[in-house]
Design a protein around this ligand. Structure first.
Ligand code: APR
Length: 267
């Protein structure tokens, strides 16, 4: 059951803020059917090797699990769609409160829900980058799905050498890889995201355990710069103790209630 006093308090904090920035993680896409990473049934708990090395860590440790892993991801991304939590973030941007979202997710669901200014620290699954010239290209979802289906038809034991011929080619002739950030690689758009954090006076945090740096340092920087922090999460995270307001629960259930309260306050 959503706590009405906290909904009212969060709504008032957002309305009285000058510049709100969103900070999201896998939990905001959980209600769209996408597995989180560190929840009990999360990806890293179901496939060992993920917690230390991400998807590539799983494939290195369990190359034979590639078919199962790719099949799960294909089914998930074929059927997923933005949930009320994504739409509520987009509404806050349309209403003029939220200036941008800094996300750790690469599922494109914030953009699919209508959010315009999204910084993707960990890249985007539907964008590829050339290994030779670094040119980037967004693939239509169905084109990407057929690319993965083709791999699944032929895959036996995963290896980088094995998958290379299946990767799409760039105009320059080079091979293109998914433009997602794997463990040990530099994150994307960190400077722009840090600039947003320095300018905001309220950060709306949702769906993240706050375990992965440098992303997890951004709410700490926001707090240091004098911003207020609001967090929505069914569980406490590493960030909760720093937050000015913690609303226990799911993004898709709580954030639409906050948006509704703000709309009613404005009438
Ligand atoms: N609404 C809000 N929060 C939720 C929901 C929900 N419906 N469901 C789960 N959560 C919370 C969980 O309680 C947890 O705190 O979302 C968080 C998910 O944490 P993680 O699985 O660690 O995901 P995230 O914080 O995004 O991980 C960061 O780690 O492995 C890397 O690259 C990966 O981008 C990812 C990064």
């Amino acid at each position: 059951m959503v706590n009405r006093d906290k909904i009212f308090e969060a709504s008032a904090m957002i309305r009285h803020s000058r510049r709100v920035v969103g900070f999201t993680g896998a939990g905001v896409s959980e209600e769209s059917g996408i597995s989180t990473f560190r929840d009990p049934n999360g990806l890293w708990n179901r496939y060992s090797g993920g917690a230390s090395g991400g998807i590539m860590g799983i494939l290195k440790r369990h190359p034979e699990a590639a078919n199962e892993l790719f099949s799960e991801m294909l089914q998930t991304f074929k059927s997923c769609a933005p949930n009320p939590g994504h739409y509520a973030f987009a509404d806050l941007e349309k209403m003029g409160y939220l200036k941008s979202i800094i996300t750790q997710n690469g599922d494109n669901l914030h953009q699919d829900a209508g959010s315009l200014k999204v910084f993707e620290l960990h890249g985007n699954l539907f964008r590829f980058r050339c290994l030779d010239c670094a040119q980037k290209k967004h693939f239509p979802k169905d084109e990407l799905f057929s690319f993965v289906e083709n791999i699944l038809l032929n895959i036996k034991q995963f290896s980088i050498a094995w998958v290379m011929p299946y990767l799409p080619s760039c105009e320059c002739g080079g091979k293109m890889r998914p433009d997602i950030v794997t463990f040990g690689e530099s994150v994307h758009q960190l400077d722009e995201a840090t600039e947003e954090v320095c300018k905001c006076d309220l950060m709306l945090i949702s769906g993240t355990s706050g375990m992965v740096y440098p992303a997890a340092a951004l709410p700490v920087d926001a707090k240091k710069n004098g911003a207020k922090l609001i967090e929505i999460n069914p569980n406490e995270s590493t960030l909760t103790a720093r937050c000015d307001l913690f609303l226990p629960g799911k993004t898709g259930e709580i954030l639409p209630e906050i948006v509704k309260e703000i709309q009613e306050m404005r009438e």
